[in-house]
Each structure stands twice: as structure tokens, then as C-alpha cells.
Ligand binder design. Structure first.
Ligand code: IDP
Ligand code: MG
Length: 135
């Protein structure tokens, strides 16, 4: 069955939304295969967000993503990659509809609570990338 890599970002932990977000994932019927709390370092973020390293907001993104623990998860289900992206809502917080995680809770585009792989191919890469933290 399809798998995706999900990460609850430091704001989700700090603002006490992890139970709410995990409930949404469970209510959708997806299976949580692995889950662990850990703290990220700049090195892995440069890899994970390599498409954003040149952006002016990258230093702010690293500061945010290393500001506290995250919760990494492997989630399994039918078409779970696209399904989780729908549960999350779009990247830009002003475009995220109510009923989505970002639409309900995000305060800006950087602090948007949750990461989810954007393709099946990237899901496999990300699960591998974060396996040392998840095990
Ligand atoms: P995604 O998380 O929806 O896949 P990406 O474009 O991969 O979006 O960006 C990764 C993360 O970088 C976003 O979730 C958000 O935290 C941050 N980010 C992306 N674009 C912006 C922006 O324009 N301003 C500030 N932060 C951004
Ligand atoms: Mg992305």
C-alpha cells in the first residue's frame, strides 16, 4: 500500500495541535506505521528543502524548523500522498480553506504546522532520508 512521509512541525507541537492533527489522519482511515519525536538540524533541512535554499525566507524557515521538536510519521493508505496533501491544505496559508489543517490553524506561510510528501517518488526519498530519526 502507498506510504507518505508526514512531519508535524515545531508550531504544531508547541501550540498543542498534535492530538487534533493525528485524529484527522486516523479519522480519514490512514494507518500510522511509524511515529517519533525528534529535533532537526540545519544539515538535513538543507537536503529536505533543497528546492528552497536560495529563497530569501530560507534562514527563517531553518530557524523555525529547528526551534523545537517535530513528530515524524510514516502514514499508509490508498492514494495517501495526495490524500494527505488535501487534509493539509495548500502551502500558502491565505489559500488554505477551513477544514484543512493549515486552513484551520496556520498563522502564516512559514509556520504551517505540517509537512507531507508531494509525490510518491518523493515520499520514498523522504522516508529513507528520515529513517535514521524514525528508528
Ligand atoms: P509544502 O510544505 O506545501 O510542500 P514547499 O513549497 O515544499 O511547500 O515549502 C516547504 C515549506 O517552506 C513550507 O511548508 C513553508 O513552511 C515554507 N515556505 C514555502 N514557501 C514559503 C514562502 O513563500 N514564504 C515563507 N515560507 C515558505
Ligand atoms: Mg514540499
Amino acid at each position: 500500500m502507498e506510504k507518505t512521509y508526514i512531519m508535524l512541525k515545531p508550531d504544531a507541537v508547541q501550540r498543542k495541535f498534535i492530538g487534533n492533527i493525528i485524529s484527522r489522519i486516523e479519522n480519514k482511515g490512514y494507518n500510522i506505521k511509524q511515529m517519533k519525536m525528534f529535533t532537526l538540524e540545519e544539515e538535513i533541512l538543507k537536503e529536505h528543502y533543497s528546492h528552497l535554499v536560495e529563497k530569501p525566507f530560507f534562514p527563517e524557515l531553518v530557524e523555525f524548523m529547528t526551534s523545537g521538536p517535530v513528530i515524524g510519521m510514516i502514514i499508509e493508505g490508498d492514494d495517501v500522498v495526495i490524500g494527505m496533501r488535501h487534509l493539509m491544505g495548500p502551502t500558502k496559508w491565505e489559500e488554505a480553506n477551513p477544514g484543512t489543517i493549515r486552513g484551520d490553524f496556520a498563522n502564516n506561510t512559514t509556520e504551517n504546522l505540517i509537512h507531507g510528501s508531494d509525490s510518491v517518488e518523493n515520499a520514498m526519498i523522504e522516508i529513507k532520508r528520515f529513517s535514521k530519526y524514525l528508528n
